[in-house]
Design a protein around this ligand. Structure first.
Ligand code: HEC
Length: 508
């Protein structure tokens, strides 16, 4: 039990120490292997030497695939001085090195600021030319908390914004911010902050905010948050720490106050854990038949517990009606032990969730471990594989195969495969499915944000497949949320150590 309790903290350690290539070199098994086998020719900092070229050119994700790097390491180019490592290194070691090189290429080596949280960024003044459309980026609001989570543009041009450790505010049409809305669920500025790293991990955070499809008639606003308690279950009593779990409410705003709150979904206290709320997900989307889907990430006592268990809510996409009642045709509703709201399972860290009313399809993004970020077509009753299988590796370089610990045999044919494997991980975030009203050539494309890679991607869907990916904003800022305004305008919510911002894409 103690071992399981410690694991959230180990996960955090791994997250921090695997990512800063220069700062955490000794702890990083990928980098250690690189130094041993490769650095004499390619340099400690990937900068190249007289005996081998630089390996650190930043590349957008659609160039230079992982497989190409794997082949280069395996087969070498012996006559040009690059040894073949296919015999000397195992396939897993070669994959680790390829992931390391591709990570360095994606983000460049930026000292300790691997997450690009402190990297100064500016809004480009020139129009951005892309394959199908040119657009400009315009500022909408600045001065938001450095850690915002979600935006929901209102019909009158104002925008609701959640700040994880603060609560809910309104961005006025002139870009000014309202005071925090009174009466919303309590949030906590509770965080364990790693030295030198800006990212925070805590319990009791405000997450997604979204409007009911008939908001103009009924005024309902939906919110998810990490509901926090102390001493409320075995883990919290034993560890004397706060625990939390996702909770979903709706309410209305009247005269600047959150009123008439109704709890639509919550879980019993045995499921509350100290695992950081950054793993909760909590993204919501409505379909056109009165259903509300929401995501709940790996909020077990470890990053792999509960996710394959249908009697636990973590690692699932859930479906309820807009009033919180359970649809009778949910896939596990007749399963005696299952949480009845479960729609799909095996999700690691879901970041975006969108229903396309034109195609009737539900799409979701989720972060993998080291590599293996995913875009999934979400279907009822399906298993998306975590933690039995991932195309990425664990932070310590081992393959993802927790089935052994869980006593679950992996049968790949029962696992729904991702529609695109993003390795190295751009730290995929939220997205919209564009309706074509502002950018006609992007109709039904996914417009997908990323955090670490600081890029905005456009993914073209053909039926059930992603057939093309374009990076439409390169090297920009951490994009936490992507949303549509009522007129189809695409808004981006940016996070940064100096303050969050909202920008919009304006057709040129
Ligand atoms: C003895 C020197 C030497 C060592 C050791 C060496 N390389 Fe290379 N490597 C080279 C040279 C020279 C080239 C350029 C080959 C060419 O021009 O085609 C190269 C090319 C590459 C390329 C392809 C270039 C690109 O931009 O994609 C990759 C990837 C690579 N090396 C990775 C590694 C890795 C990983 C290791 C350690 C396991 C390693 N190399 C060890 C000399 C070396």
């Amino acid at each position: 039990m103690l071992n399981r309790l410690i694991s959230p903290y180990l996960v955090m350690f791994a997250v921090v120490c695997s990512v800063s290539i220069t700062a955490c070199a000794q702890e990083d098994p990928y980098y250690g292997l690189y130094v041993k086998e490769c650095a004499t020719c390619h340099g400690d900092g990937f900068q190249g030497t007289g005996q081998g070229p630089a390996l650190a050119q930043p590349l957008p994700i659609e160039q230079g695939s992982l497989d190409q790097i794997i082949m280069a390491i395996k087969n070498g180019a012996v006559e040009k001085g690059m040894p073949a490592f296919g015999q000397a290194l195992s396939p897993l070691e070669i994959k680790r090195l390829a992931i390391l090189i591709s990570e360095v290429r994606m983000t460049g080596v930026k000292g300790n600021d691997y997450y690009n949280v402190q990297q100064t960024f500016s809004i480009p003044s020139d129009p951005i030319q892309t394959e199908k459309h040119a657009f400009r980026i315009e500022s909408v609001a600045t001065g938001i908390d450095p850690l915002p989570y979600s935006i929901a543009p209102l019909p009158d041009g104002r925008i609701l914004v959640t700040e994880k450790m603060r609560g809910l505010r309104i961005v006025n049409t002139d870009g000014s911010l309202s005071p925090l809305i009174d009466g919303t669920p309590q949030t906590y500025d509770h965080s364990y902050q790693m030295p030198g790293v800006f990212l925070k991990y805590g319990n009791g955070w405000m997450l997604d905010v979204t409007l009911h499809p008939d908001y103009e008639e009924n005024g309902w606003i939906y919110m998810t948050f990490g509901d926090r308690c102390m001493q409320c279950n075995y883990i919290s009593r034993m560890s004397a720490s706060a625990v939390s779990m996702l909770k979903l409410v709706r309410g209305r705003i009247a005269d600047g106050v959150w009123v008439e709150q109704e709890t639509l979904w919550e879980s019993d206290s045995t499921t509350y854990t100290p695992m950081a709320d950054m793993t909760l997900g909590g993204r919501m989307t409505f379909d056109d038949a009165g259903h509300l889907f929401f995501s709940l990430g790996m909020k077990g006592v470890s990053n792999f517990s509960d996710i394959q268990d249908l009697d636990r809510p973590s690692g699932k996409i859930h479906r309820i009606y807009d009033d919180g009642s359970i649809p009778e045709d949910n896939p596990y509703v007749n399963h005696p032990e299952a949480v009845p709201s479960i729609w799909s399972y095996g999700h690691r860290s879901p970041q975006g969730l969108e229903f396309n009313p034109r195609t009737g399809k539900l799409w979701g993004t989720e972060m993998g471990p080291r590599g293996g970020d995913e875009v999934n077509l979400i279907m009822p009753g399906k298993n998306y594989g975590w933690p039995l299988y991932s195309k990425g590796l664990n932070y310590d370089g081992t393959p993802v195969e927790y089935g052994k610990q869980l006593g679950i045999e992996l049968d790949l044919s029962t696992i729904e495969q991702t529609k695109i494997d993003l390795t190295p991980s751009p730290a995929i975030s939220s997205f919209v499915i564009h309706d074509g009203s502002v950018f006609p050539e992007w109709k039904d494309n996914l417009i997908v944000g990323s955090l670490k890679a600081t890029e905005l991607f456009r993914m073209v869907i053909d039926g059930e497949d992603i057939v093309h990916t374009e990076t439409i904003i390169k090297d920009f800022a951490r994009i936490r949320d992507v949303e549509h305004g009522p007129d189809g305008t695409i808004y981006l919510l940016l996070e940064h150590a100096d303050g969050g911002q909202i920008v919009k894409l304006v057709k040129d």
